[in-house]
Design a protein around this ligand. Structure first.
Ligand code: HEM
Length: 188
């Protein structure tokens, strides 16, 4: 019931983020190096802030996605720490059930990442990048999602808990949407 509600109540937000996200430029292979840097930086900021909020409650669900984004950004000489201060106060998890709602979004996002990783190989403006750490296409990314589903399906939740987790999952999608509007200028 928890997963079903999370899925139903965030499916419109998922559709919105999927159509607005710069990752669409990877899907149609038109992305430029500057666009890719922006996409990586936006993702770094969103994942880092949300991961830091989940960590105190669920060490097992706290992903290392922002770490891998940091590796990609370092390889491309993009400074990524300073913009964190713009967003770090915009997202909070105050208990375990809110952290579960946020984890749903982070773990589930791995599936879109798999599709994107596949299409990255066909983006000609990025062919000088030899290794993608975040969009790496590794099946392990989906393992985290499977474990998350298993754990959530093995527990009982009250209606109130389902509601709280769902509200936080919706907020997490909106937070990602907000960070995806951040547009730094790079000199390339
Ligand atoms: C262009 C970008 C994206 C694409 C193409 C995409 C695509 C997908 C696909 C194909 C699935 C699997 C659906 C299924 O198996 O039923 C999925 C699931 C999911 N995605 Fe995305 N996605 C994108 C961006 C995102 C972002 C940015 C987030 C969150 C920040 C996100 C969160 C999720 C979640 C939570 C699920 C799990 C849904 C569920 O089964 O409960 N996605 N996505």
């Amino acid at each position: 019931m928890m997963l079903k509600t999370l899925r139903e109540e965030t499916s419109d937000l998922h559709k919105e983020i999927e159509s607005d996200n710069a990752a669409g430029l990877i899907m149609d292979h038109s992305i430029t190096l500057e666009g890719y840097k922006t996409l990586l930086l936006q993702n770094f900021l969103a994942y880092r802030v949300v991961e830091d909020e989940i960590k105190p409650f669920y060490s097992e669900f706290s992903t290392d996605k922002s770490e891998r984004l940091a590796e990609d950004l370092e390889a491309l000489d993009v400074e990524f720490e300073s913009a964190l201060s713009y967003f770090k106060d915009d997202f909070r998890c105050k208990d375990k059930i809110e952290a579960l709602g946020a984890s749903y979004v982070l773990e589930g996002s791995a599936m879109g990442g798999m599709l994107i990783a596949k299409e990255l190989q066909n983006c000609q403006h990025l062919n000088m990048i030899s290794k993608h750490h975040f969009f790496n296409g590794d099946r392990k990314n989906v393992e985290g999602w499977k474990q998350f589903m298993k754990k959530v399906n093995s527990e009982e939740f009250s209606e109130d808990q389902i509601k709280k987790a769902t509200t936080k999952a919706q907020e997490t999608f909106r937070f990602f949407g907000k960070v995806f509007n951040y547009n730094p200028q790079f000199s390339v």
